[in-house]
Design a protein around this ligand. Structure first.
Ligand SMILES: Nc1ncnc2c1ncn2[C@@H]1O[C@H](COP(=O)(O)OP(=O)(O)O)[C@@H](O)[C@H]1O
Ligand SMILES: [Mg+2]
Length: 269
């Protein structure tokens, strides 16, 4: 569904601060994949998302989007971010980023609902409210009774759940999750993870999930990627992934990089 060919991202090229954040990235994400992505701080994970989503144009290389219906590839390397936002959804660590705090829940829902039905004139009538309530009920957080509350009154877990719901409601085919449970307490992190899996299946999403949690990276999805210093150093598919352990990842890292993965580089839980 997304194919990345020989992509480099160099910041401050030709200056003393030159920083190669991505180096010769080659990667194909198939439709329906759920890919987990690990790697220590500064490995280039978010930069990879930035070039996929169009926040940055890569210094080199090309990115293609496959149209499954017509079986054609279209190059999107330089397509504007707002255009890609129609088919790429992105969720960040900060639960306050995905929703507008000073607006009511109903208005927040309305904005994302309109995104899913471009051009149609829709107003916030009784039927629409009932529909939102039905969608909110899925979250199992009682938010269906709070349509008139400003979203800033909600907890971090509630806001991240909303962000997730609103993102999938706007119907992207592809979802980029950037440590989207890392800022939550363990209970809410589990709730958000459960909703993520549920929505991924129900909406048939293709998902990439950056996580600091190696156990999660192993447990979820059908492919695991590990990045280090701008490179994808591990790309492990279904069968092999099922047999892999946290210790196995650490060993593989040592074999490939000829150095130890420092304990504090990643949470080994
Ligand atoms: N806008 C930018 N300008 C300069 N350097 C950047 C920028 N964004 C990221 N970097 C650098 O690129 C490298 C990779 O960063 P990032 O992709 O955020 O890592 P990760 O998400 O894996 O922690 C880091 O060295 C970071 O400092
Ligand atoms: Mg990051």
């Amino acid at each position: 569904m997304i194919r990345i060919e020989q992509v480099d991202m160099v910041f401050g090229a030709g200056t003393p601060d030159e920083n190669v954040a991505l180096s010769n990235i080659n990667l194909t994400i198939e439709a329906g994949d759920f890919v987990t992505l690990i790697g220590s701080n500064g490995a280039g994970k978010s930069t990879l998302y930035n070039v996929i989503a169009g926040s940055y144009i890569p210094s080199k290389g090309r990115i293609f989007l496959r149209d499954e219906k017509y079986q054609t590839d279209r190059e999107i390397t330089k397509e504007a971010e707002y255009k890609r936002a129609h088919y790429i959804g992105r969720i960040f660590q900060n639960p306050l980023l995905g929703t507008a705090g000073k607006m009511t829940l109903a208005d927040n829902m309305m904005i994302c609902h309109k995104k899913g039905y471009k051009g149609l004139k829709i107003s916030l009538n009784k039927r629409m409210r009932e529909r939102f309530q039905e969608q909110l009920r899925v979250l199992d957080m009682g938010l269906e009774n709070r349509l008139n509350d400003n979203v800033e009154l909600f907890s971090g877990g509630q806001r991240q759940a909303l962000t997730l719901l609103m993102t999938v409601m706007s119907r992207p085919g592809f979802l980029l999750l950037d440590e989207h449970t890392a800022a939550l307490d363990p209970r809410n992190a589990e709730i958000i993870m459960g909703l993520t899996l549920r929505f991924a299946a129900e909406y048939r999403l293709t998902v990439m999930m950056i996580t600091h949690n190696m156990a999660h990276a192993l447990k979820y999805g059908n492919r695991l990627l590990m990045m280090d210093r701008g490179e994808i150093i591990l790309n492990i598919g279904d069968t092999e992934k099922a047999k892999l352990t946290t210790d196995g990842i650490v060993r593989r890292f040592r074999d490939i990089k000829n150095r130890e993965l420092a304990n504090d580089e990643m949470l080994l839980n």
